[in-house]
Design a protein around this ligand. Structure first.
Ligand code: SAM
Length: 227
């Protein structure tokens, strides 16, 4: 596998840390739809998404600048990985690399996961990655977090019977919040203290930062329980 020369793909637009606060909320909680709100997607024509025209079987929710997404696609040519991201500049940049390098099994979608995943068929996904979500530490911003019982309901629905949800964060209270929410949802078994064999994946942009700064990373593997 020839590594990508990312210097060929300079960032044209500055990638903001966050977008308008309403974009993190579901459409049914908004009185007025902001102009730049990501279009809610009910159905998708997979023929038009990936160059290989197959369906997604892996999701990367909040794929950010996409280093993990692209590396995963290159390392796993038999999988089709869809990144979902609310920052349009990051989506455009990733898709510029995907098209420039003709990566057949990778795509980023501009969308807010706050509106669920209605365009993803049930029992169709092998792995969902939810890696280093924005922590939103202030109580008044908790509504902006993607992780909730509704989100888990959607992940449960789209995962195949033996599907897995992979979660990572460097923030202890976010990890506690994930575990608490997963326990009250009750339809996943949880594994903590993950070894390298169980988590044999490329690193993300944020993970690379944590490794460099020696920041502890909390990882969870959640197996769908067929109940
Ligand atoms: C801290 S970044 C981590 C990015 C990447 N996973 C990584 O590990 O480097 C969290 C990402 O989630 C995205 N995000 C937050 N809320 C989202 C939502 N409702 N829908 C889609 N993406 C969202 C953010 O824009 C951001 O890119």
């Amino acid at each position: 596998m020839i590594p990508i020369n990312y210097q060929k793909y300079p960032f044209i637009a500055k990638i903001r840390h966050h977008v308008s606060s309403n974009n993190y909320l579901p459409i049914n909680e908004l009185n007025l739809l902001p102009e730049n709100y990501p279009t809610p997607i009910k159905e998708i024509n997979w023929n038009e998404v990936f160059i290989n025209r197959k369906k997604a079987n892996i999701l990367d929710v909040g794929c950010g600048k996409g280093v993990f997404l692209i590396s995963y696609a290159l390392e796993n040519p038999r999988d089709n990985i869809l990144g979902i991201e609310i920052r349009t500049e990051a989506v455009d940049w990733i898709n510029g690399v995907v098209n420039g390098e003709h990566i057949e099994n990778c795509k980023a979608l501009y969308y807010t996961v706050a509106n669920g995943l209605p365009f993803v068929e049930e029992n169709s996904i092998d792995k969902v990655f939810y890696l280093f979500p924005d922590p939103w530490p202030k109580r008044r911003h908790f509504r902006r977090r993607v992780f909730s019982i509704n989100f888990l309901d959607e992940i449960y629905r789209v995962l195949k019977p033996d599907g897995k949800l992979y979660i990572a964060t460097d923030v202890d209270y976010v990890n506690d919040f994930h575990i608490k929410t997963l326990n009250s949802f009750g339809k996943f078994s949880l594994k903590q203290n993950i070894n390298a064999e169980e988590w044999n994946f490329p690193t993300t942009n944020k993970e690379n930062f944590c490794i460099k700064k020696n920041i502890h990373i909390f990882k969870l593997i959640c197996n769908k329980l067929n109940i």
